[in-house]
Design a protein. Structure first.
Length: 90
């Protein structure tokens, strides 16, 4: 376990900026990342990643997107045209 400490100020509305020294040690502390905050003792708060995935396989994701887009419908016509008309009717 890496023991790194830093000092921060809690600003208005409870905003807390995690110091650079800590963000450099953990790769999950990035902008817009979800975290779980727990109070263990009255003088101790623990921040953990909500759900951390080590690496995203973008090739696999794009393959799945291409595969889903390649599925042909059984009916005639354009799906995008159908959706546009359906939204117009509501």
């Amino acid at each position: 376990m890496i023991n790194t400490q830093g000092t921060a100020i809690i600003r208005d509305r409870g905003q807390l900026t995690i110091p650079d020294s800590i963000r450099k040690v953990v790769n999950w502390a990035t902008p817009l990342s979800a975290v779980t905050i727990s109070v263990v003792n009255p003088d101790e708060i623990i921040i953990k990643p909500h759900r951390y995935q080590k690496e995203i396989n973008w090739d696999k994701i794009w393959e799945a997107i291409k595969s889903a887009r390649a599925i042909k419908g059984k009916g005639r016509g354009s799906l995008s045209k159908f959706i546009a008309e359906d939204r117009y009717r509501h």
